[in-house]
Design a protein around this ligand. Structure first.
Ligand SMILES: [Fe+2]
Ligand SMILES: [Fe+2]
Length: 485
């Protein structure tokens, strides 16, 4: 296997490079759909028409500018013409699938010498299917198969391994591990919620493993990495699933700052992950209703707290930690002053775990756009928490949460006094300087995309750059989460 030093500079420096990266991602995405379909349908099936056309268009557009296109898998990441393609959460499945498929076919990537016809792309699928059926597939066999079909528009590339500077390797490794950990918990939640009737049947060992990885990552905070920043990922998948993972991540990051020990963090994380498990019992028409709920519907919805607790109760004997999950589920809407629900005769005051989760829960719910609710900006959500401190939320914990997250949490897009837009990448631990986090400046004063540059707003040299307010990243076409960790 050959090694090569790869260009790993932040992508999206210019409009052209952003366009190139998005077309390359589109091609990867369409190829993953095509390959998946090729397992299920004959190549003449109509399901291939749209993804074939899209893949062909993406390749054509790229080749109008670039002379050729090398789409390569190096280590676990994709590169297009030597440029690193940052993973995006909405395409994680596609990346992972392509990684597995290329590896199975003994390939390290594909090189497009000219825009392929649809027939040639179809031939590619055929060759992939054929080479996979060989006992020891390799790139030579694959290329011979292409040539025998008269296809010369592209060829397979041999597998290769990355060779990067150790510092960058570590940073990328950590980001990648973080994304994989996120993905693993999300997969787990999706499987559990889709396949089980009750929270009691959930594979606890798998849940504990997944949460443990997040706990481990929470101890790697700093140096431009923030576990809490991952909660800025607002997946397109499903509000409920992403919400559970995000609340779990926020609770762990928060608990870690509060000084909880690893074991307690794992308990807290699991409690947070389970906090809304009772929603399994809520009819979908209420759970996914694209409008504000009626009073009766709220009453049904409110029962999610007791449903989970009731099902988990018998498990206490087997696993005493179950009590943490029961408290999380039962009390997270109880409110600090006991004014919430459910109305109970016992356990009338919120446990520490429920008080922590209630804050993480509100923060994530408010900062996520839903059909019936606009997305609140992170600083607005912080303000709402402060306003309700002492009533709904533990006032001491609200203060600690703001200290942990910063007034401008990691992942927030902010407008600077210079007119530039930046994304917060690390909050300031100094309580007097919470307004001055580390940021990544992503546009110029005219709000045009630039090569992202880091800035520490406490540095004297950055005196002219102060935060004016949070802004909605989407309005500026910025994927804040992709800069945040
Ligand atoms: Fe809830
Ligand atoms: Fe929740």
């Amino acid at each position: 296997m050959s090694t090569a030093v790869l260009e790993r500079g932040p992508e999206a420096a210019t409009h052209e490079s952003r366009l190139f990266a998005s077309l390359a991602r589109e091609l990867l995405h369409q190829l993953s759909i095509l390959i998946r379909n090729s397992y299920l349908h004959p190549l003449s099936n109509a399901v291939f028409v749209e993804p074939l056309t899209r893949a062909q268009n993406a390749t054509e557009h790229i080749l109008e500018v670039e002379r050729s296109l090398k789409l390569e898998l190096v280590g676990a990441e994709f590169f297009a013409n030597g440029k690193h393609l940052r993973m995006e959460i909405r395409s994680l499945h596609a990346y992972r699938y392509m990684r597995e498929e290329l590896t199975r076919a003994g390939l390290g990537g594909l090189e497009f010498g000219g825009a392929p016809s649809r027939a040639a792309l179809s031939g590619l699928l055929q060759a992939l299917r054929d080479v996979r059926s060989k006992p020891d597939p390799d790139v030579e066999t694959f290329n011979e198969m292409l040539v025998s079909q008269g296809i010369h528009a592209f060829r397979g590339l041999p597998p290769r391994e990355a060779s990067l500077e150790p510092g960058r390797q570590a940073a990328i490794g950590r980001r990648q591990r973080a994304i994989q950990a996120y993905e693993q918990v999300l997969d787990f939640i999706r499987d559990s919620m889709m396949n089980h009737e009750s929270p009691a049947q959930i594979d606890l060992r798998r849940a504990k493993r997944s949460v443990q990885r997040l706990v481990d990552l929470s101890f790697e905070e700093g140096e431009g990495f923030s576990l809490a920043g991952m909660a800025a990922i607002k997946g397109h998948d499903s509000y409920t699933f992403n919400h559970m993972v995000n609340v779990c991540i926020l609770a762990i990051a928060f608990g870690q700052r509060l000084g909880l020990k690893r074991r307690d963090l794992a308990r807290l994380g699991l409690g947070a992950l389970y906090h809304d498990m009772g929603k399994l019992h809520i009819p979908l028409e209420i759970l996914n209703k694209p409008a504000t709920l009626t009073e009766e519907e709220w009453a049904v919805m409110g029962n999610h707290t007791v449903y989970a607790a009731r099902t988990l109760f018998p498990l206490i004997e087997q696993d005493p930690d179950t009590i943490t999950r029961i408290l999380a589920a039962l009390q997270h809407h109880l409110n600090y002053d006991g004014s919430g629900y459910p109305k109970l005769r016992i356990l009338k005051t919120q446990s520490l775990i429920a008080r922590i989760i209630a804050i993480a829960d509100t923060f994530d719910a408010m900062t996520t756009k839903r059909l019936y609710q606009r997305r609140f900006l992170p600083d607005e959500a912080m303000k709402a928490l402060v306003e309700m401190a002492g009533m709904r939320y533990d006032p001491v914990l609200v203060k600690a949460f703001i200290n942990c997250m910063g007034v401008f949490p990691v992942g927030s897009a902010v407008l600077l006094t210079t007119g530039e837009i930046a994304v917060v990448i690390e909050s300031n631990a100094d309580p007097d300087r919470v307004h001055q986090p580390r940021v990544r400046v992503v546009t110029d004063a005219a709000q045009q995309a630039i090569q992202p540059a880091e800035a520490d707003l406490t540095a004297p040299a950055e005196a002219q750059r102060q935060i004016v307010r949070c802004v909605d990243a989407e309005e500026f076409g910025i994927n804040a989460a992709s800069y945040a960790f």
